[in-house]
Ligand binder design. Structure first.
Ligand SMILES: *Cc1c(COP(=O)(O)O)cnc(C)c1O
Length: 391
């Protein structure tokens, strides 16, 4: 692959190294361990003086191929594939937070990314603050002398609020803090946090990158080789590694990322406009609508508006539950980023355990319905939503 290859070319070819049989796709190296040619080769592998593989927790060619591909797509130094998105999040936390350290995070961050700090990292003396990171003055006010990470999710889940990555990078670096961006909702097709100044980007690969709702996985990409090395060491020591078969499936899904995103976001734009004009709908939050509070920022920071929509029904919680029971084509399920359209009601599902006060503060209201738009025919989706809101 040419070094100036464009994104869509990289999707197909990045990370691919022909093996001895010149297979066009990376084979599934379903093995736990790798034989050494002799004692010296074994010693060289352990000393890092040979690029041979040792043991799958420490690295595997099928997994490496995916890590190299995502690192190229995000424009980073190296990738680290993990067993789940949460394994990627906790690997980042474990690498940079020690007893006495503090992290500032987006208030509407993915539920588990928040609860793992509040319920588990707190046991080890790590302090966390959650702020509306779409307001940079609140982020700056939350920083403390012991703040080590600024962690943002944009667009955030499920409010679709958008944080200015470049402004956060500037702020973080002024105070010697690392900026981490959860880029799950956009994928590198829509947003390149490292180019905007972030130090580390991570994904739940389960979502848009794999895109077929058949794998759970995660990935981390660092810009700086030293950060990559530190996190690789934490990951390989603690063992939340990806499995070779999982990596093969994700590499397969990844190739169509652009095609899937283009169709899904074209559908999402039509659906968002339809919802905004519907009499049962109180409000719609979608970056492609001028009514989105950060519409201009989304246009500047993202290549497109994405496939995630939140909206509120005038009938509140009751109407939300009723709609969940009335959809026929959209699937009532959590998760997102697959080829199929999914619908869920955060107040009674993903965020049911979040306290009422925290929900209120993060804008997760009772009437909020979240839609992950898939690649079906948009007219069938419109007809389904229309009948579900009448039903
Ligand atoms: C799903 C998700 C995660 C967690 O990923 P898993 O693969 O479920 O472990 C983290 N961040 C965001 C934004 C997500 O949507």
């Amino acid at each position: 692959m040419h070094k100036d290859a464009k994104f869509d070319t990289m999707l197909i070819h990045a990370g691919q190294k022909p093996d001895a049989l010149m297979s066009v796709n990376p084979p599934i190296y379903q093995t736990s361990t790798f034989a050494f040619k002799n004692a010296k080769h074994g010693a060289d592998c352990f000393a890092g003086e040979s690029d041979g593989f040792i043991y799958t927790r420490l690295g595997n060619p099928t997994i490496r191929s995916l890590e190299d591909a995502v690192a190229a797509l995000e424009g980073g130094f190296g990738g680290i594939a993990t067993a789940s998105g949460m394994a990627a999040v906790t690997t980042v936390y474990l690498s940079f937070l020690s007893a006495g350290a503090h992290i500032v995070s987006t208030d509407a961050v993915y539920g588990a990314s928040r609860s793992v700090l509040e319920n588990h990292f707190s046991r080890f003396g790590v302090e966390a603050s959650f702020v509306d990171s779409s307001r940079i003055e609140l982020v700056e006010a939350a920083l403390k002398p012991n703040t080590r990470l600024l962690y943002i999710e944009t667009p955030a889940n499920p409010t679709i609020s958008i944080t200015d990555i470049a402004a956060c990078a500037e702020l973080a670096h002024k105070y010697g803090i690392k900026l981490v961006v959860d880029n799950t909702f956009c994928s590198p097709y829509l947003q390149k946090p490292l180019e905007l100044g972030a130090d580390i980007v991570l994904h739940s690969i389960t979502k848009f990158i794999n895109g077929h709702a058949d794998v759970v996985g995660g990935v981390i990409v660092a810009k700086d080789p030293a950060d990559h090395k530190l996190m690789y060491n934490v990951m390989t020591s603690m063992g939340p590694n990806m499995d070779p078969h999982q990596a093969f499936l994700v590499s397969r899904g990844l190739k169509t990322l652009s095609l899937r995103m283009e169709r899904a976001q074209a559908n999402a734009q039509v659906i968002a406009e339809f919802l905004e004009g519907h009499p049962s709908v109180a409000w719609v939050r979608y970056p492609g609508l001028p009514s989105h509070p950060q519409y201009e920022l989304a246009k500047r920071q993202q290549k497109g508006s994405g496939a995630m929509i939140s909206f509120g029904l005038k009938g509140g919680f009751e109407a939300g539950s009723k709609m969940m029971d009335s959809v026929k084509l959209a699937t009532l399920a959590v998760s997102l980023g697959g080829v199929e359209t999914l619908i869920q009601h955060p107040a009674s599902m993903t965020h049911a355990k979040v306290s009422a006060a925290a929900k209120q503060k993060a804008g997760i209201t009772d009437e909020l319905v979240r839609l992950s738009v898939g690649i079906e025919d948009v007219n069938d989706l419109l007809a389904d939503l229309q009948q579900a809101m009448q039903g």
